[in-house]
Write a protein that binds this ligand. Structure first.
Ligand code: SF4
Ligand code: SF4
Length: 481
């Protein structure tokens, strides 16, 4: 991949320095490494990829906005209730002990990203990434209030007037409204959203929730309104490592240099080939529509998010010129070089196989997940064991966590090589999400015990549903003889 040269232009911030004859001869240039990025004024474009972006981003955005409002079995479909240590995801409730599922999910997401990147490059960035989707919405507001690229450049260069003030104020008002809705929705994943929304707008919200709503409002406003392409270029870690995942058969946006060069302006219908020109009319539309402000004609670049907008722009130019479409297109490096394209290559098959195994394992473990958690801890505060008449006793702390969405009564029994019996356990109803912590004694006849260290198994079973059952082994200590 050709990394685009990032040498800034000659310094604007450093005072001009007199150059000696020697320096002039070796063409030393002074650059300001702290030069701020120039504002990007993107041109609005319509076309196949712009429409496709709407189709891919709209369901994801709607899903994000509606999910916290959705109710399943009388509770929010998606609520990560941190103080209660309960995480409702659709029809299931998880506890912090289920963190292994989250770890699996993250590993699967990472492998999915690897597989998709090897096959179709950075389409996640261009078509579904929240940074791209929100920036798209902010650009729409910008277009609505300030007009297209040329009007915006003109407006920014004008002195302040009532019209300029009203246009800017309207744009920022829409940006803040989008940011506020985004922030309330996001915080609504962690606290019930109905109360949050009502309390926020009636100024009754608690300080923690208010802080996070304002924090995420500011973050959305800053990221989508001002930082935009800089998040993709400098902050996103995915952009840094995606280049090592590309190979010669990865689908990406390419400019057909052989067909386009030598670029230059001409009139419609003119015999440009006779002038030694290629199909590129050097209109720079592909650069003007680019959200990350790069020139794809310089080759594949790390900054490119594969959004396809330059394809739409160039195709519209080709159409006007009556040239074949596809001067810029989604293709592969090998296809551009007219070599054989290998879609089903070992790397893709390897990633896909690992992904399939991991998804299968994840689905299986989720489907067979027991909505019950049992812990048995030996009481370390007193003696290892007690002898009461002819019986040896061990004391344990039994912890039962009901992860089901129903109240349950759990029966507890003890098993092992000897006739163990449990003492001190009464089975109370345990509400969903509740934890019962209770001390219990296990007794066995001294004459039965054969050694110092023995194994005892606690079996906890839900009275209403015997399929909810867990056995937990622990140690039973007795006298040496
Ligand atoms: S839009 Fe197409 S024709 Fe215009 S400069 Fe870009 S590549 Fe050339
Ligand atoms: S070069 Fe084309 S595909 Fe890449 S980011 Fe710019 S407009 Fe999108």
């Amino acid at each position: 991949m050709n990394e685009k040269s990032k040498q800034p232009e000659a310094s604007k911030g450093i005072p001009a320095k007199e150059t000696s004859a020697k320096e002039s001869a070796t063409e030393i240039r002074y650059v300001n490494l702290y030069e701020s990025e120039e504002k990007v004024y993107t041109r609005r474009i319509t076309g196949f990829f712009q429409r496709l972006r709407r189709f891919t981003s709209a369901p994801l955005m709607l899903g994000f906005l509606l999910m916290p409002w959705l109710v399943i079995d009388g509770r929010p479909a998606m609520l990560f209730d941190l103080p209660a240590r309960q995480f409702n995801i659709l029809w299931m409730t998880f506890s912090p002990q289920d963190g292994v599922y989250l770890a699996w999910l993250l590993i699967i997401a990472a492998f999915l990203l690897f597989t998709v990147t090897v096959m179709v490059g950075r389409v996640w960035c261009g078509f579904t990434c929240p940074q791209t989707v929100w920036t798209q919405m902010y650009m729409w507001a910008e277009f609505l209030c300030e007009g297209d690229r040329n009007k915006r450049i003109k407006l920014d260069s004008q002195k302040w007037s009532m019209e300029k003030f009203l246009r800017k104020a309207a744009k920022h008002a829409i940006w803040i409204a989008i940011a506020l809705v985004t922030a309330i929705t996001f915080v609504g994943y962690f606290t019930p959203i109905r109360e949050l929304a009502i309390n926020f707008f009636t100024f009754q919200v608690d300080l923690t929730a208010a802080f996070w709503v304002l924090f995420f409002t500011g973050a959305t406003y800053g990221n989508a309104g001002f930082m935009r392409e800089q998040v993709c270029k400098y902050m996103c870690p995915y952009a840094r490592f995606q280049s090592v995942m590309y190979d010669h058969d990865t689908l990406a946006v390419w400019y057909n240099k052989e067909r386009g060069e030598k670029r230059g302006p001409r009139k419609i219908g003119e015999d440009y080939k006779a002038q030694g020109l290629g199909d590129c009319i050097d209109c720079s539309w592909c650069v003007q529509v680019c959200p990350v402000n790069i020139d794809i004609r310089e080759g594949l670049q790390a900054e490119c998010i594969d959004c396809g907008l330059c394809i739409d722009a160039c195709d519209s130019v080709m159409e006007k010129m009556n040239y074949p479409l596809g001067l810029i297109s989604f293709t592969t490096e090998d296809a551009v070089a007219k070599k054989k394209v290998n879609i089903m290559r070992p790397r893709v098959l390897g990633y896909a196989a690992v992904l399939l195994v991991m998804v299968g394992f994840f689905v299986y473990s989720l489907a067979t997940r027991m909505p019950l958690l049992v812990e048995v801890m030996r009481d370390r505060g007193t003696q290892m064991y007690r002898v009461n008449e002819d019986k040896v006793l061990n004391v344990y702390t039994l912890k039962i966590e009901n992860l089901d969405r129903k109240t349950h009564v759990y029966d507890v029994s003890v098993h092992g090589d000897f006739n163990y019996e449990i003492q001190g356990y009464k089975a109370p109803p345990i509400l969903e999400g509740e934890i019962l912590t209770v001390p219990v004694r296990v007794a066995v006849k001294r004459s039965e015990l054969k050694g110092e260290k023995n194994t005892v198994s606690f079996k906890v079973v839900a009275r209403e549903n015997p399929e909810i059952v867990i056995s937990h082994n622990t140690t039973f200590i007795g006298p040496s003889k």
